[in-house]
Design a protein around this ligand. Structure first.
Ligand code: NDP
Length: 250
């Protein structure tokens, strides 16, 4: 069964990791996709892969900090595919790592802008398009960092990811009566370029893996399955939730 048959979805952060795996999965489940990230060549490769597998996707490269880009993604979904049903606002970056007194305000602001304000900007343009369809599913990629565990030297990242949970709850209350569900996905450490940048020594990898009951990093495909759940009708009574997909953080 195709879980997202006839659905139109935007996925940001699709050039790599969780977003890339989700794009392949959503397309295989029948969604028509607009995929975004800054790296055009990676997006072009993804679109070609999806096409070869019988799916449908178009790419638009840009920076999620840019309001015009948020608007353009929605316009492309509407022009090319007739509307918007699902938005997986997944792009993110680690931001400044290190002792907080050494973090420049500009680096802090950029992390908040990339991880949190981008979600607001995405939602700002995605919501009106979903309302035209009578509903939809908004998903934000938060993290176990900022909710379950505090890591030294990751203040901006943690604050931005915690902020996404507040955004999720407020939007769920605002949009539930209008048929739009809004949920946050909280992956644990995942084997992607970002996950590997964080766990960048054998010691830090062992430390991170040991945090989880399952004693390993997630695969991007495992997180994608949870995004698919939140996107589709299987989660029709789930909104305002924080879905932990973290291997059992202890
Ligand atoms: P990757 O580094 O593999 O992917 C990050 C994606 O975000 C890339 O596609 C990147 O594309 C895109 N991106 C980053 N900054 C911008 C920007 N300014 N504008 C547009 N796109 C941008 O990491 P993951 O797949 O692991 O990360 C996906 C999400 O999951 C992130 O929000 C991350 O915080 C979250 N997460 C990851 C965890 C992990 O352990 N890996 C754990 C918990 C949450 P490009 O460089 O082409 O712009």
């Amino acid at each position: 069964m195709s879980v997202l048959l006839n659905k139109v979805a935007i996925i940001t952060g699709a050039s790599s990791g969780i977003g890339h795996a989700s794009a392949q999965l959503f397309a295989a489940q029948g969604a028509r996709l607009v995929v975004g990230a800054r790296r055009q060549a990676e997006l072009d490769r993804l679109v070609a892969q999806i096409g070869q597998a019988g799916g449908e996707a178009v790419a638009l490269a840009g920076d999620v900090q840019d309001e015009a880009y948020a608007q353009a993604l929605v316009e492309l979904a509407t022009e090319r595919f007739g509307g918007l049903d699902v938005a997986f606002n997944n792009a993110g970056s680690l931001g400044p790592m290190g002792p907080t007194p050494e973090v420049a305000l500009a680096a802090w602001n950029e992390a908040l802008s990339t991880n949190l304000s981008s979600a607001f900007l995405g939602a700002k343009y995605q919501i009106p398009a979903m309302l035209k369809r009578g509903g939809g599913s908004l998903i934000f990629t938060s993290s176990f960092v900022g909710y379950s565990v505090g890591f030294p030297g990751l203040a901006a990242y943690a604050a931005s990811k915690a902020g996404l949970i507040g955004l999720t709850q407020a939007l769920a209350a605002e949009l539930g009566p209008k048929g739009i569900r809004v949920n946050a996905l909280l992956p644990g450490g995942t084997d992607t370029p970002m996950g590997r940048a964080f766990a960048n020594t054998p010691e830090s990898l062992a430390y991170i893996q040991n945090l989880y009951a399952l004693k390993r990093l997630a695969r991007a495909e495992e997180i994608a399955q949870s995004a698919l759940y939140l996107a589709g009708a299987a989660s029709s009574f789930t909104t305002g939730s924080a879905l932990f997909v973290d291997g059992g953080v202890s």
